[in-house]
Write a protein that binds this ligand. Sequence first.
Ligand SMILES: C[S@@+](CC[C@H](N)C(=O)[O-])C[C@H]1O[C@@H](n2cnc3c(N)ncnc32)[C@H](O)[C@@H]1O
Length: 267
Amino acid sequence: MDAELTWSQVMGARGFSHTQRAEDHFTTSVDIGDHVARVVLARCLAAADRHGIEQPWIVDVGAGGGRLLGQLLDLGFPGDRLLGVDVRAAPDLPVQWVQGVAPDCVPEVRGVLFCHEFLDDVAVEVVEDGQVLGRDGAPVGPAEPADVAWLRRWTGGDSGVVGRHRDQVWRTLVSRVVLGEAIAVDYVASDLGGHWHGRRCAPADGVDISAGVEVRSCRAATGGRIVPQHRILADVVPRGAQEAAELAVLRDRSGFGAFQWLITDRP
Ligand SMILES: C[S@@+](CC[C@H](N)C(=O)[O-])C[C@H]1O[C@@H](n2cnc3c(N)ncnc32)[C@H](O)[C@@H]1O
């Protein structure tokens, strides 16, 4: 791979050749009990009730190995109305699956569209002092004026990870929800990072690369409300010591509890 490639080119080049399996490198909240699945199920049923959707779907964009979908099956949600979307091949689960590049391959949704740690995987440009950085850290040319404007608005400067393209992806995903709710859950940070077998490391070839999400700019693209995960899970009553331990991790404000849920009701 050329040193001059920018980070968005490196991240975008993964496509169907995306060989990194996120679960090999880090844990997400869906790996810790089935609490996220329970929240998604409850939100889906509430949205269906509110919007009069008789047969709601749950569409998991960036579904990875299908863990959340498996939990929803175990909770009794019918597999013929569960859809996973990922560049990865379908897992061995009785659910629907689209192997493709989101948002283009995502069909219309009546129910809930859920993106759990998907937006942080969307390709971003990294800019320093108005210059796009190559993956070797050297400037490769001036940033697009729209990207500089985005940085100024959301970071107050001319340097950082540019989330403009991600806002567009989110806007398209939300537009797929004909009726119901679109939810994105992600971490908020201003840098690009790598993960390699459970450890955070410098972004580089061969490691899982992601970038924290400016959820406020995503919300500006679609409307909606932002709720931190510790509040989403605040009222969950644990059934036993194991669930209490899981919930403590998921609510920890220095970790998963600080993840933001962006919830957009549609239409
Ligand atoms: C960080 S993982 C999250 C997996 C799972 N949602 C979780 O929270 O454990 C992100 C997933 O998004 C998928 N992905 C990244 N960009 C994608 C795209 N444009 N279209 C479809 N899937 C994509 C990756 O293959 C990966 O499985």
